[in-house]
Design a protein around this ligand. Sequence first.
Ligand code: ADP
Length: 500
Amino acid sequence: MGEATKVWFLSPEVEPFAKTGGLADVAGALPRALRSMGLDVRVGLPYYRRIKDQPVSIDLILEKLEVPLGDLKLPCKVLETKTKEGIRVYFFEREDLFDRPQLYGNAEGDYYDNLERFSFFCRGAILFAKMIGFSFDVVHCHDWQTGLVPAYLRSVYRNDPFFSHAGSVFTIHNIGYQGLFPRAKLDACGIPPREFHPDGIEYWGGISLLKAGLVYSDVITTVSPRYSVEIQAPEFGLGMEGVLQKRAQDLHGILNGADYSAWDPGKDPHLVAPYEPGSADGKKKNKLALIEEMNLEASLKARPLLGMISRLSSQKGCDLLVQVLENLVGLDAGVVILGSGEEKYETMLLDISRQYPGRVAVRIGFDDPLAHRIMAGADMLLVPSQYEPCGLTQMYALRYGTVPVVRATGGLDDTIVDFDPLEKTGNGFKFGPYEAKPLLKAILRAIDVFKDGETWQGLIRNGLKEDFSWDRSARKYAEIYDSLVRRKREGEIGGPEDPV
Ligand code: ADP
């Protein structure tokens, strides 16, 4: 047997250390699945302020790694912890860059120096691997914050023998976040000016770190098969469709897995009454508890209760949500929303909740325990996204006996099958056009089935049969790594630069 494939897994957020969305869930769970398959995976992320407050033992292992940033060389500290599965996680610390309340920005917008922050992280991660002799076979990068890693390997470190066998995989979790910066910042990240052209890091006169990841990586993946097709067209490619069409041969759609160890109603520490998946009685207890916690009318016990757990952005369908909320109240349904994001949605939703106390409850903020209680207590989960690379909440919902009502896009379309009341097939409700009426119709169909208790339980059972655990997806990533390692070895891709 050969040596285990070495994977340097770099992500700007990783559960349980730092999370703003599904990327963190993936970066927490996928390395575990890969390790259980025997791969040598190590994880790297910045050392944000919130990590300091966590009850994990993290050791300082390197006082001073010199990391180039513009004309300077700045010292970086490196810390390490080991997960209970034995995965080494490395944190890159520089107080002036990462010791801040949020990961990427505050209410006024993105942090002004995000390019510097994430260049520092990317370059630090590459140099650190070399320093400790971690000769990774594959560096697996996630979203724009890590897009410079493949770019450095193909430019600055192209002729460094330490990296000559290393392949790069870049995963798009959301193409809407493109890491756009002015041309003037090119020097700061240290990518040579000769890479500034439309087939390189340039994006319409500026630079895009997402595009850097797309152009310079050996393999590109995204988080569902459907999204991998959608992003090659303008509606979903959001300006990157041309680059992706060119790289269509190297682009793969691999559905995210659901982390059933964190999302298991039978062992969920956040629930008032954990319940075996499929237990109608267990679900009822959690619904009652949620109604009480949210100060909703007791009469909702017997009526449909809809939940939504989401970033509040236009991507997530907030415009549609706002349009249908009043109708839902008219239908005698209750709604619980947990979210944070754009201020205009936060304000609109809070306004509506004040208009309909007892019927519409809105909590603004990021609250993982509450997310679990809503998942367990609601009858249906709304995911009306405009676009959705994969989406995780609909997968968790199926496990919790909460029926998803989703828009047929991206991973939502790949995972949810519309319920057919005659055949009794399907696991949720789907609608097509991004408009309020089709959403409302899908909710009405759901409510109709809800009224027929037996059929509803059958629908829930259909959902419970789905298995989105990570094993299958992790195997696909491992296959991609293997093929990349082989192609690198055989010199098919990315050899040292030919002398000009
Ligand atoms: P995205 O990554 O686009 O935000 P996903 O559905 O892939 O969407 O993942 C969202 C993750 O973030 C889920 O684990 C969900 O439970 C969680 N989440 C989203 N908003 C909140 C919130 N306000 N509070 C707690 N958890 C949230």
